[in-house]
Ligand binder design. Structure first.
Ligand SMILES: Cc1cc2nc3c(=O)[nH]c(=O)nc-3n(C[C@H](O)[C@H](O)[C@H](O)COP(=O)(O)O)c2cc1C
Length: 178
């Protein structure tokens, strides 16, 4: 796919077809994350690939209960001790987010669906995955082939939060000064 098409095609997927993600494709999306830029190239991230349905269900909790329908979940973690902090910005969040977005875009290019999940119970996730002290859980995404017909949750989100809408360029871009 052309790069701009990847950006335009990407959308959050919350319902998935039956069937596994091929190992080669999983490796490619993880590779996309691995080569991301980071604070002083510290690469403070770790990614946990989860295929156990019971565990995936726990990760979604009540709010993102639809996650249990995904064949895989990827949990993106960061180690703040391996990154920087300036002007009140914790750069481990930036590092992990860039890597995660590279993963998301690579997945889109391969026809796979993802959805950035910021709402999860950190204690539950830590416990379910044995995440060590000091490591922060930044985001979770499902990974799988999106269902041909969008599920109720996708349609609800689209309607409730207008997830297709984007601000106009004039609202977000300033030239020369704010
Ligand atoms: C930081 C962040 C946290 C998010 N958390 C959730 C979440 O917990 N559950 C969910 O269903 N979608 C979540 N989303 C997805 C957004 O709702 C979605 O990206 C937005 O509505 C735009 O829709 P699109 O991704 O289909 O373009 C999150 C997205 C971001 C960037």
């Amino acid at each position: 796919m052309e790069f701009m098409d990847v950006l335009r095609e990407r959308r959050s997927a919350r319902s998935f077809r039956e069937g596994e993600v091929e190992k080669e494709k999983l490796n490619l999306v993880l590779e996309a994350a691995r080569i991301a830029p980071s604070w002083q190239n510290k690469q403070c991230w770790s990614f946990i690939v989860v295929s156990d349905k019971e565990v995936i269900k726990k990760l979604g909790g009540n709010i993102n209960g639809w996650l249990k329908g995904a064949p895989l979940a990827i949990v993106a973690c960061g180690d703040p001790r391996q990154s920087g902090e300036r002007n009140g910005i914790q750069y481990y969040l930036v590092d992990v987010s860039i890597a995660m977005q590279q993963l998301v875009l690579a997945a889109t290019d391969l026809g796979l669906g993802t959805c950035w999940l910021g709402v999860f119970d950190e204690a539950t996730v830590r416990q379910a995955l044995g995440i060590p002290e000091g490591i922060k859980v930044v985001a979770i995404t499902p990974l799988g082939y999106p269902a041909e017909k969008e599920g109720l949750r996708d349609r609800m989100t689209r309607t409730l939060i207008g997830s297709k809408n984007r601000k106009d360029m004039a609202e977000i871009v300033h030239h020369e000064r704010w």
